[in-house]
Design a protein around this ligand. Structure first.
Ligand SMILES: Cc1cc2nc3c(=O)[nH]c(=O)nc-3n(C[C@H](O)[C@H](O)[C@H](O)COP(=O)(O)OP(=O)(O)OC[C@H]3O[C@@H](n4cnc5c(N)ncnc54)[C@H](O)[C@@H]3O)c2cc1C
Length: 347
């Protein structure tokens, strides 16, 4: 079996990338071992740039419109509106279904396969599935997530350069009380509240401390009061360590996109938007006949979000700065708005 492009991983970035490839006229196969509407620990806020990228592919997943971001700490809040259009809270399962439907409609082949071996040759890449079948492709795009087996297999994994952080999320059956993503800043964690439907709100907790979801949530009395009596609608799911690094995003005919290509943190909520921008850049590089040009495109896409997220993480590590982050954003609303604007656009 042979194809122009094989995408390893059928998460949002892999499926989005496959749609870009198919629309560019490349025969495309996605390898993904999980069936059904795939779920994952995620804040589920699509930033305006990511939503626009999906719309450009004709994909309009249903969800809850988002108009901006609010930072909160006890007794103080700072809020900024998106300037480049709305975002949307979308359940991962809903997003997965929309992307899979679009991929199939674009002629993408979806194959149930856990890629187990990759051999790069001069003019093609050969992938083996766990069941012994193989697939030969002109190029391979790895979108196999935070702990990318492809990144490891190619020797592109690099050790993390900061203390590990983890994410956990759960949904609650409650009517959204805001059309902005709320980021509650606690002593050692942040809680992200994203409405994803008329009667469903997701709450993701990010932290470097190991404890249960409920233990972390107790840091946020205002939020706990909001959720009082709301029935949990999903189990707790976790992910991490969030920080992942790759030595390079391309090696020969293999390219890494999305979380597989490296990840800073979920603190600024643009992982899906960034990954879709990687996917488009990888396909452009293949179509141009210069796959190596993906490296500079990848760096250009990441520059602002990686720098901003890294800066915010480092700056808010000392407890005395953490305490002041929301009051500072409230005192300097123009700066908060401008910073948000820089992050809303990856597409
Ligand atoms: C707590 C938390 C909150 C977040 N909040 C947001 C947010 O609000 N907004 C946002 O945009 N982003 C957010 N993110 C980041 C976002 O979830 C990721 O950036 C996004 O899921 C990346 O998509 P992906 O397709 O690259 O990887 P994934 O979604 O991880 O998909 C990878 C896929 O690869 C498959 N795979 C793995 N190994 C193999 C193999 N050997 N063969 C074939 N397939 C394989 C997996 O089964 C999986 O389906 C958050 C992340 C966390 C942890």
């Amino acid at each position: 079996m042979s194809t122009d492009v094989v995408v390893v991983g059928g998460g949002p970035v892999g499926l989005g990338t496959a749609v870009y490839a198919a629309r560019a006229g490349l025969t495309t196969t996605v390898l993904e071992p999980r069936d059904g509407d795939v779920d994952k620990a995620c804040g589920e806020g699509l930033m305006p740039g990511g939503l626009a990228a999906l719309a450009g592919l004709g994909i309009e997943p249903p969800g809850y419109p988002l108009t901006g971001i609010t930072y909160l700490a006890p007794g103080v809040r700072a809020s900024a509106a998106f300037r480049s259009g709305p975002g949307r809270g979308v359940r991962r399962t809903v997003l997965h279904r929309a992307l899979r439907t679009a991929a199939l409609a674009s002629g993408v082949e979806l194959r149930s396969c856990a890629a187990s071996d990759i051999t790069a040759e001069a003019d093609r890449v050969v992938v083996s599935c766990g069941d012994g079948s193989t697939l030969s492709a002109g190029h391979l795009i790895a979108a196999d997530g935070l702990h990318s087996p492809t990144r490891r297999r190619l020797g592109l994994d690099r050790p993390a350069d900061r203390r590990p952080r983890f994410g956990q999320r759960r949904h609650f059956r409650v009517r959204p009380w805001s059309d902005r993503v709320e980021v509650h800043w606690g002593r050692s964690a942040e809680a992200y509240v994203t409405p994803v439907a008329e009667d469903l709100v997701g709450v993701a907790v990010l932290t470097g401390e190991r404890a249960s979801y409920d233990t972390h949530l107790r840091q946020f009395p205002e939020l706990v009061a909001r959720l009082d009596g709301a029935e949990p609608a999903t189990d707790v799911r976790g992910a991490g360590p969030l920080r992942q690094r790759a030595a390079a995003p391309v090696r020969g005919r293999v390219m890494l996109v999305g979380d597989a290509s490296g990840y800073v943190d979920a603190l600024t909520g643009e992982g899906i938007s960034l990954g879709l921008a990687h996917g488009r850049a990888a396909v452009d590089a293949i179509v141009s006949g210069r796959p190596e040009s993906y490296a500079s495109a990848w760096r250009a896409v990441n520059r602002v979000p990686f720098a901003a997220t890294g800066l915010l993480l480092r700056a808010t590590e000392p407890a005395w700065i953490r305490k002041r982050i929301v009051p500072a954003a409230a005192t300097l609303p123009w700066l908060f708005g401008a910073a948000l604007h820089r992050l809303e656009g990856a597409s």
